[in-house]
Design a protein around this ligand. Structure first.
Ligand SMILES: [Fe+2]
Length: 295
């Protein structure tokens, strides 16, 4: 028996071992390790599912359609990763934080790198549509000290659940996004419009899969943040409206208990004048805690 056959010929019982042994000369050790795990788990799944030939072909055609719909703007495999919870799992593995630090969640596809830096307090809702919102809080370290010079990059959907980049010519460019920098007190504040829930793109194979699984494609209303400060780990996260109808069933599993913010409705005209918005408005207060970079 040659070396290649040390595990014998392929049988149903030893299928994974035979394939893994064949990869033993992988030039890239990490690739070899990854393919070993994937081979073992995939064979295990096939043995448990016992697909018919037709079912296996349907799986292959699903992956084919998932690839075929991808283009410069559409990445259906990311959606697939999202709805399987894998995007959130990879995010969790790569962003383990010390206790007390704010938790991360997925970046999502709608971040724009060159959003304008604005004076603190600016209204990022350029078309003034929707219900006014005043958002404020502090950027802190894990000891509760304010962080000066922190950069806060925020973006959100409008009151109809669309980002500016999805509605070019309908929303002004850079609508509902902005970059702010904290002063010595670590405080931030800005004005916007209460965001609405929105569906992930559901007109492709992943949307069909969601439908077949009895799932909806919606993400609960949220604001996206990237908070960065020198000497601290960058934080990519969202804050969520806990009263949203989809808060417990986010299609991409992005919600975490610690990221629920209160969207407090304020009718008081004096408070509105102070926040420079019309009453009634939503007051949203949220502090972000950054973890110190490991030396
Ligand atoms: Fe989003």
């Amino acid at each position: 028996m040659t070396d290649e056959h040390e595990h014998g010929y392929f049988t149903e019982a030893n299928s994974a071992e035979v394939v893994v042994a064949r990869n033993k000369n992988a030039k890239d050790q990490r690739l070899g390790q990854v393919m070993e795990v994937i081979t073992r788990k995939l064979h295990e799944a096939v043995k448990e599912i016992e697909p018919t030939q037709e079912e296996w072909f349907e799986a292959i055609m699903f992956l084919t359609r998932t690839g075929q719909i991808c283009n410069e703007w559409r990445q259906e495999y990311i959606l697939l990763s999202d709805i399987l919870g894998v995007s959130m799992l990879v995010d969790a593995i790569n962003n383990r934080k010390p206790s007390g630090a704010s938790e991360s969640t997925v970046l999502g596809p709608f971040h724009v790198a060159d959003a304008p830096e604005l004076p603190m307090g600016s209204n990022i809702c350029l078309d003034r549509k929707g219900e006014p919102m005043f958002v404020h809080g502090r950027i802190l370290d894990t000891e509760g000290n304010p962080i000066a010079g922190a950069k806060i990059d925020v973006w959100q959907a409008n009151d109809e659940g669309f980002y500016d980049v999805q509605q070019k010519g309908i929303q002004p460019d850079f609508n509902l996004r902005g970059v702010f920098r904290t002063g010595a007190d670590g405080r931030y504040w800005f004005r916007g419009a209460k965001p609405k829930y929105y569906p992930i793109p559901d007109d492709g194979p992943v949307g069909k899969l969601l439908g077949a699984l009895g799932r909806h494609p919606y993400r609960p209303a949220h604001l996206h943040y990237i908070v960065e400060a020198e000497g601290f780990d960058a934080l990519t996260t969202h804050i969520f409206d806990p009263d949203d109808p989809y808060i417990d069933t986010d299609a991409v599993f992005g919600v975490k208990q610690s990221l629920l913010a209160e969207f407090r409705k304020v009718e008081d005209a004096e408070a509105a004048a102070k926040a420079k918005v019309a009453a009634p408005f939503y007051d949203v207060e949220f502090d972000f805690v950054l973890s110190r970079k490991k030396k």
